[in-house]
Design a protein around this ligand. Structure first.
Ligand code: GUN
Length: 285
């Protein structure tokens, strides 16, 4: 059997086209143009690429982008001061602080400083709390995209066994919450899980977010499963691969998302969606 591809790139493009229309409708009706502040500190090359792609997607969909590229030596207090300004800037509806921040900066303090109402990444403790309650304001972008990709298969989530590989605050934990709220039976696995391959083989839905290149092999996947690959890893030969061994797993899975062209473009589309939703909330007040 060969898995059906979950084409994140095409799905994201469709969503972004819809967002572009929503933006113009909002501007026409209320005069409010959704605005995203993108804050990048330092010169991490991967972050620079992510931020460039996010800004480009915003431009294309008609969002206002305020770009803040700060030196790696930026002081914590200056970054906090900028965020305080953005929190009250009426042109800005979403604030994105690209992670990781340089090591001299206390990332948690910075994320806590973002107004929960402008927290387009959904990383503020208030938004994490709302997510856990099942009453989210902002859902983190990658997890939101993962759910949209699973839904795109047309398969029910309710009653399924889902395994999430990885327990990060950005992906593993929120994906698990979202799946649980959709009535899947969810297991979170990590580096200290016993019999991890056996756990994975039980999964009707497998989400891999552990940051290990090609970790999920064909014999770890249940026949017909939905497999979402959140990983982005660079091999020594320069190739970009996910956490899933694509060639092996495509022979067993029912559906499989590729890397690149899977979760990555969906994360960006969901960032736009979150920013537009924030602007719509402001316009409704
Ligand atoms: N770094 C890696 N992924 C993300 C993300 O989704 N948002 C932000 N702000 N930084 C990241």
């Amino acid at each position: 059997m060969s898995a059906q591809l979950i084409d994140g790139k095409a799905l994201a493009q469709e969503i972004r086209n819809g967002i572009g229309k929503d933006v113009e409708a909002l501007v026409e009706k209320t005069g409010v143009r959704p605005g995203l502040a993108v804050v990048l500190v330092g010169d991490d090359p991967a972050s620079a690429v992510y931020v460039r792609n996010k800004k480009k997607a915003c431009d294309t969909a008609g969002l206002h982008v305020a770009d803040y590229a700060l030196a790696s030596t930026t002081k914590q207090e200056d970054l906090l001061h900028l965020i305080t300004q953005l929190n009250t800037d009426p042109k800005i509806h979403g604030i994105l602080v690209q992670l990781p921040l340089p090591s001299h900066i206390d990332s948690q303090e910075v994320l806590n400083a973002v107004s929960p109402e402008k927290d387009a990444d959904g990383f503020h403790p208030y938004n994490i709390g709302r997510l856990v309650e099942g009453n989210p304001l902002f859902v983190p972008c990658t997890p939101k995209g993962v759910i949209r990709m699973i839904e795109s298969t047309g398969q029910a989530i309710e009653g399924k066994r889902a395994v999430v590989l990885g327990r990060s605050n950005i992906v593993g934990k929120p994906v698990a919450m979202l799946l649980m709220h959709r009535h899947a039976t969810v297991t979170i696995c990590h580096s200290r899980t016993k019999d991890l391959p056996g756990m994975c083989r039980e999964a009707d839905i497998l989400v891999a977010a552990i940051g290990k290149a090609q970790f999920v092999k064909g014999d770890m996947v249940k026949s017909g499963a939905i497999v979402i690959d959140v990983g982005i890893n660079r091999l020594d030969d320069g190739r970009l691969v996910g956490d899933v061994d694509f060639d092996q797993v495509k022979e067993r899975a029912g559906w499989l998302s590729p890397v690149p062209g899977g979760v990555g473009p969906m994360t960006i589309a969901m960032l736009l969606a979150n920013t537009v939703e924030a602007a719509q909330r402001v316009a409704q007040r």
